[in-house]
Write a protein that binds this ligand. Sequence first.
Ligand code: TYD
Length: 208
Amino acid sequence: MFITFEGVEGCGKSTVSEIVYKKLLEEKYNVILTREPGGVKIAEDIRKIILDKENTKLDNRTEALLFAASRRQHLVEKVWPALKENKIVLCDRFLDSSLAYQGGGKNLGVDEVLHVNLFATEKTLPDLTLLFDIDPQLGLDRININKNREVNRLDLESLNFYNKVRETFLDLAKIYKDRYVIIDASKPLDEVVSETYKIICEKINGRS
Ligand code: TYD
């Protein structure tokens, strides 16, 4: 079972995924939590190039290809082996982030970015994608309160960019109805956590 967490910055997906992961562990589920690049050295090295604020010349298509390359390495070294061992894999961001950020936000086109990513992933798609939907302004406000967070190259985008990313995620949720569930991430954290946990347990136990 491959479950991904998606959304714009400040949506809370990383916090929620960590809490839900611990709850699943307590319930003795065979589960791992990972995030791209997931501590895989080659994937980390690629990621450094993408997020380096000095890399102002990085072309949008190069960026999309690098994300896809990093994603593949993380799949090969970490996600596929875990899935083979029948583990539940929770992953903070996956291919849908590329569709929304590079395809939508950077206007490369969702279909083209999907094409490149299906090559990279050999058509591996999540069984369940949880979209933590929030007004990007609210998400950015949350991040700004947490001033200790390190700013990366993609944090320097405009509100208009994040609005496009959000809209693309919502479009994807309509296209991929079978695997997407939208969660209202503007709700209080404990509500978001319990809704997320419930959806995941239903999926794991075959009720949806
Ligand atoms: P990170 O700090 O890991 O993001 P977050 O904590 O929000 O998940 O930085 C990742 C940035 O890269 C984030 O702005 C989203 C963006 N991104 C893409 O543009 N495309 C992708 O395929 C992925 C995985 C991330």
